[in-house]
Design a protein around this ligand. Structure first.
Ligand code: PMP
Length: 305
């Protein structure tokens, strides 16, 4: 699906027309993946557009940049304001937002510390990443032969451009096999995450998701779900999960900014079934939070101003 174009993209401090937000073909990040990015969603609410956990996303962007020795020339507060400016300039009631910080044109050697740092924030309308049907009835997932990133190779803790080659291989493999999304395993054979989502299993009313150290991105939706469970007195824990924990789960779901909370109805042809009560409940609470209808998590919906 081509990106639906809007009018402006924020680039290095100013709003530029969509088609003028360009880079040179010798941009460092294009060759080596030397960039970091975020995926953020802005939701329509009764009080105007609200961005889900914008501050936390920008703080994660800063941490990802730090991992690759990049100093972002803007503060979190400036990046927040730039995001609001993009949403307002394009008159978007709801959208997906993509900030990116990358090594630009100038140096071509692998040692990157003298290269320029470019920053851009784009926004466009983007519906349910794994489809509306997926949100309602669940998706079919398959473990992939593509191994998760290892802490001693490319750290899964940062959200860096180059690491998504790993996700792309996984996504293509399972899509060609006829499934909706991948489940990745680490070098020890334990569950990590989807190609662009965290993953949860539910059994006997107890929710579980892999430890960060098992090799997963510190997802902000994952974190929100764990906090919702705590608030609702649903037992939830981080632990090492094996594929059988998913095969034998009563319920399972993915979480992510693009995907949101998506039930999993099958794993490697083991049937889990239609979304269960815990998943449904978490989906409903998540919806209330992002639409600024939840008092307890009111600070998660950052109103565009
Ligand atoms: N894991 C990976 C590999 C991802 O790309 C994403 C999407 N950013 C996630 C998990 C979910 O993170 P979040 O909930 O912050 O979007």
């Amino acid at each position: 699906m081509p990106i639906p174009e809007v009018e402006f993209i924020w680039m290095n401090g100013e709003l530029v027309p969509w088609h003028e937000a360009k880079v040179h073909v010798l941009t460092h990040a294009l060759h080596y993946g030397s960039g970091v990015f975020e995926g953020i969603r802005c939701y329509k609410t009764d009080r105007g557009p609200a961005v889900f956990r914008l501050t936390e996303h920008m703080r994660r962007l800063e941490r990802s940049a730090k991992m690759y020795y990049m100093d972002i020339p803007y503060s979190v507060e400036q990046l927040r304001q730039a995001t609001f400016d993009v949403v307002k300039a394009n008159d978007l009631p709801e959208c997906y937002i993509r900030p990116i910080v990358f090594r630009g044109y100038g140096e071509m050697g692998l040692f990157p510390l003298n290269s320029t740092i470019d920053v851009a924030i784009a926004a466009w309308p983007w519906g349910a990443y794994l489809g509306e049907e997926g949100i309602k009835h669940g998706v079919r997932a398959k473990t992939t032969s593509v191994q998760s990133l290892d802490h001693n190779a490319i750290s899964p803790a940062a959200k860096a451009c180059g690491q998504y080659l790993n996700s792309i291989l996984a996504k293509v493999e399972v899509t060609k096999a006829g499934y909706d999304e991948a489940i990745m395993l680490n070098r020890n054979g334990y569950i990590t995450q989807g190609s662009g989502e965290n993953i949860f299993a539910v059994r006997d009313g107890k929710v579980a998701t892999p430890f960060l150290a098992d090799g997963v991105l510190e997802g902000l939706t994952r974190d929100a779900v764990l906090r919702v469970c705590a608030s609702e007195h649903i037992r939830a824990e981080e632990r090492t999960l094996s594929r059988s924990d998913l095969y034998l789960a009563d319920e399972a779901f993915y979480t992510g900014t693009a995907a949101e909370v998506v039930p999993i109805r099958e794993v490697d042809d083991h049937v889990i079934g239609e979304p269960g009560p815990v998943t449904r409940h978490i989906q409903q609470r998540f919806r209330a939070i992002v639409e600024a209808r939840d008092e307890e998590f009111a600070s998660y919906a950052e109103l565009v101003s």
